[in-house]
Design a protein around this ligand. Structure first.
Ligand SMILES: Cc1cc2nc3c(=O)[nH]c(=O)nc-3n(C[C@H](O)[C@H](O)[C@H](O)COP(=O)(O)O)c2cc1C
Length: 309
C-alpha cells in the first residue's frame, strides 16, 4: 500500500484540536522542555507536564522508582517547583520548543486546586488545556482520593475551571465507579477525561522485610497495566459515548494506540515507555501513522469506539 494517501490523524478533544492523538503522560517527561533534546516537540499532539501544586512541593522519600514485571512502580509524590516558578522558568522553554502545552495541576484540598487554577489563568495561549490530577495514588490520604468520590470529583473540576482553559479530568482506575465519576466530571465542566492514572501497588524488600519504596505504596504503570487501562477506557466510553477520552496506560507501540482508539479513546498519552526511550512518543506516533495508512484509513477518528459497534 505504498501509494495510499496518509491518514488524517487530527483529533478533537472537546474544544481543543490536535494535529495527532499522541501526547506525553504527566510526570513521565519532566516539568518542561527536557524532551526537546531528543526531538521536535511540535510533532506531538501535546506535551502534558508533571502535575503542579500551587506551592513548591518536595515529593516523597527515596527510593521512588522500582522496576516491576513489564513496567514500574513509583512513589515520586508529585515533586515540583509550584505553579508560579513553573510559569516563570519552564513555560518559556516549552514555548520556545514549539510545544502545545497541557498543564496538570494537583492539590491536597479543593482550595489548593482552586489556587493553582487561578494562578494558571495568567499563562499564555500556548497552554491549551488544564489536566486536573484528581487521581494521584502517591498522597498520604489515599483513602480520600478525589477521583474515588462523585462529590469530590465534581468540586475539583468546578474550581479548576478558574484556569480559563478547557479542563480535562484525570481519573483513577482503582475504583469500580470510574464511568459514573467520568459522567460527574463532564457535568461539572470537564471537556474530557484522562483514563487513567497508575494502579495502587506495593513491592517488598526481602532483605529489610519492609515495603521497598520510601512511601510504602506506589503506582504501577507500563505494559502490565495496559489491559486494565483499555478496559477502563472501554467502560468509560460505553457509558459516556459523547465524552472525549484520553487513554493512557502501558502504550509502547503504534498498535497499542489503535487498541485504545477502538476502545473509545480520542487521543492517548505515553508515560513509562519514555523512561526506556526518550523518543518513544515520536516512535509510537510514526508507527501508528503507518498502521492507519496500511489500513487505508482516511480519518484516524473512524477508529474511535470501533470495538463497541
Ligand atoms: C514516575 C511517574 C510519575 C508520574 N507522575 C504523574 C503526575 O505527576 N501526574 C499524573 O497525573 N500522573 C502521573 N503519572 C502517571 C502517568 O501519567 C500515567 O497515567 C501512568 O503512568 C500510566 O501510563 P504509562 O503506563 O504509559 O506510564 C506518573 C507516572 C510515573 C511512572
Amino acid at each position: 500500500m505504498k501509494d495510499a494517501p496518509k491518514t488524517n490523524l487530527a483529533t478533537e478533544i472537546g474544544s481543543v484540536s490536535l494535529p495527532n492523538p499522541v501526547m506525553t503522560a504527566s510526570g513521565t517527561s519532566g516539568q518542561g522542555a527536557e524532551l526537546a533534546n531528543y526531538f521536535d516537540l511540535s510533532l506531538l499532539g501535546a506535551i502534558v507536564v508533571k502535575s503542579l501544586h500551587i506551592e513548591p512541593w518536595p515529593g516523597n522519600p527515596p527510593p521512588r522508582l522500582h522496576p516491576t514485571p513489564a513496567g514500574m512502580i513509583n512513589s515520586v509524590g508529585l515533586e515540583g517547583p509550584g505553579v508560579r516558578e513553573w510559569l516563570n522558568n519552564d513555560l518559556p522553554l516549552l514555548e520556545e520548543a514549539g510545544a502545545r502545552i497541557v498543564v496538570s495541576i494537583w492539590g491536597r484540598t479543593v482550595e489548593e486546586f482552586a489556587q493553582a487554577a487561578k494562578e494558571l489563568a495568567q499563562a499564555s495561549k500556548s497552554v491549551i488545556a488544564v489536566e486536573v490530577n484528581a487521581s494521584c495514588p502517591n498522597l498520604e490520604d489515599r483513602k480520600n482520593l478525589f477521583a474515588h468520590s462523585l462529590e469530590a470529583t465534581k468540586e475539583v473540576v468546578e474550581v479548576s475551571l478558574a484556569a480559563e482553559r478547557p479542563c480535562w479530568a484525570k481519573l483513577s482506575p482503582n475504583t469500580p465507579d470510574l464511568p459514573q465519576i467520568a459522567a460527574v466530571a463532564k457535568k461539572a465542566g470537564a471537556e474530557a477525561v484522562t483514563v487513567a492514572n497508575t494502579l495502587l501497588g506495593m513491592t517488598i524488600d526481602l532483605e529489610t522485610r519492609k515495603p521497598l519504596l520510601g512511601a510504602g505504596r506506589g503506582g504501577v504503570s507500563g505494559p502490565a497495566v495496559k489491559p486494565i487501562a483499555v478496559r477502563s477506557v472501554f467502560d468509560t466510553y460505553a457509558e459516556n459515548p459523547d465524552l472525549p477520552i484520553i487513554g493512557v496506560g502501558g502504550i509502547t507501540k503504534g498498535r497499542d494506540v489503535s487498541e485504545f482508539m477502538m476502545a473509545g479513546a480520542a487521543a492517548i498519552q505515553v508515560g513509562t515507555a519514555t523512561f526506556a526511550n526518550p523518543r518513544a512518543s515520536k516512535k509510537i506516533l510514526k508507527e501508528f501513522s503507518k498502521w492507519c495508512k496500511d489500513q487505508s484509513l482516511e480519518e484516524m477518528n473512524q477508529l474511535i469506539g470501533a470495538a463497541h459497534e
